[in-house]
Design a protein around this ligand. Structure first.
Ligand code: GDP
Ligand code: MG
Length: 170
């Protein structure tokens, strides 16, 4: 059967939870162990998207640690239909890098569908970013903002569903 297909790239500083989020979404699993390289380029999942009444094959690409060395190649970005920009509740630098990640995506992909997510909201007591700061940034960038906890599986599906739905209407 013919299926619609979208490539989603997940960007953000190292250790914010990108690989965990991709695993959670595509495989439904989570581990506290930090595995630097997962050894695959992407994972996929087929999702029924209600608003268009169709199955969409979602291919979620992982940076596999390259982001820490600023060596993400154009191959990674090429052909992406949507991008997820991730920062961590406990990592101020990862929040400050969001605008730069958006710019990098746009350099290669142009104005594709994007949104921002703040991961690790279970660690809100150790927060390095005030709630208004995150909301202000996303308003200024014109991007939808989600608070996520991969560990407790809060809002993960919602973020990807949003991206795929927006993409399908483009
Ligand atoms: P990446 O470098 O962005 O791919 O980040 P990883 O997915 O490898 O995650 C880095 C670390 O953060 C791992 O130890 C994860 O278990 C942990 N982590 C991911 N999501 C959460 C979360 O929602 N809450 C907490 N407390 N830790 C998380
Ligand atoms: Mg990773």
């Amino acid at each position: 059967d013919f299926e619609k297909e979208v490539k989603v790239v997940v960007l953000g500083n190292g250790c914010v939870g990108k690989s965990s989020m991709i695993r959670r979404y595509c495989m439904g699993t989570y581990t506290d162990e930090y595995k630097k390289t997962i050894g695959v380029d992407f994972m996929e999942k087929t999702r029924w998207i209600d608003s268009i009444g169709e199955d969409v094959r979602v291919m979620v690409w992982d940076t596999a640690g390259q982001e820490e060395f600023d060596t993400i190649t154009r191959t990674y970005y090429r052909g992406a239909g949507a991008a997820l920009l991730v920062f961590s509740t406990t990592d101020r630098a990862s929040f400050e890098a969001i605008e730069e990640w958006k710019r990098k995506v746009e350099d290669v992909c142009g104005p594709i569908v994007m949104c921002v997510c703040q991961n690790k909201v279970d660690m809100i007591d150790e927060s390095a970013v005030a709630p208004e700061e995150a909301e202000d940034l996303c308003r200024r960038l014109g991007l939808k903002f989600y608070r996520v906890c991969v560990k407790e599986n809060f809002n993960v599906d919602k973020v990807f569903d949003y991206l795929v739905e927006q993409w399908s209407h483009c």
